[in-house]
Design a protein around this ligand. Structure first.
Ligand code: SAM
Length: 209
């Protein structure tokens, strides 16, 4: 069992998962699909544009064949995920890293080397999210932005129990707490797409000091 940040801030079992087997086994088959509907994806892309994400070098964490960017970022795109075939199929990426962040949360990037870090519909799979987000803060240049987006769809056996045991407002509070415990100030959380007939899209973002 992981405790998320080594600080004991979360209730016992919060970061347990129904399927505690190696993530590499679960993510071995490529899934060249989209995990949220078109309206939710459009909300992600719109937010990235509003925050100026494509204007610098971007790192898309827990990435796949799509990064939901409106265009190739001016500084290029690095993608990190579990499946090499998915990352190879990402048409905007110029750097690809296969890494299990639940085993090794250390990001293989230099300090202050990226302008934006994105992570779409995946934060709920991390068992050491605060460690990963501290690393995000390290690799972001001062003023760089981290953008976490999430919905209500998931692979339930791989999601942490704390996420499954609460509602959407509770999940927004969890993501805010992750960012704040990682050292980010002025965290914004918003429902960006209500998804009344489809997938809701929530976002949390903050800038590195
Ligand atoms: C629901 S998919 C989302 C993919 C992509 N971000 C998107 O928006 O379509 C979850 C992604 O999280 C990645 N992932 C899951 N567990 C991971 C882990 N332990 N370390 C790194 N990436 C992980 C998988 O590779 C998978 O691509």
């Amino acid at each position: 069992m992981a405790d998320g940040d080594g600080g004991g801030a979360w209730p016992p079992g919060f970061f347990d998962r129904a399927d505690e087997r190696d993530d590499a086994d679960f993510y071995a088959p490529p899934r060249l699909v989209t995990h949220i509907d078109d309206a939710a994806i459009a909300a992600v892309t719109r937010l990235y544009d509003e925050l100026g994400v494509p204007e610098g070098r971007v790192l898309d964490l827990m990435s796949s064949w799509v990064s939901h960017l409106s265009r190739r970022p001016d500084g290029g795109l690095a993608v990190l995920g579990m499946n090499a075939a998915e990352l190879d199929a990402n048409p905007l990426a110029d750097e690809r890293v296969v890494q299990d962040l639940n085993v090794d949360p250390t990001l293989p990037f230099a300090d202050a080397s990226v302008d934006a870090v994105t992570c779409c519909v995946s934060i709920d799979y991390l068992v050491r999210p605060v460690e990963v987000l501290r690393e995000v803060d390290r690799v972001l240049r001062p003023g760089g932005v981290v953008v976490l987006t999430f919905s209500n769809r998931c692979f339930p056996t791989k999601v942490i129990r704390g996420w499954l045991s609460t509602d959407e407002a509770g999940r927004a509070a969890i993501v805010r707490a992750y960012l704040e415990r990682a050292g980010f100030d002025d965290v914004r959380t918003e429902l960006r797409n209500p998804g009344r007939r489809g997938d809701p899209l929530y976002a949390a973002w903050a800038r590195s000091a």
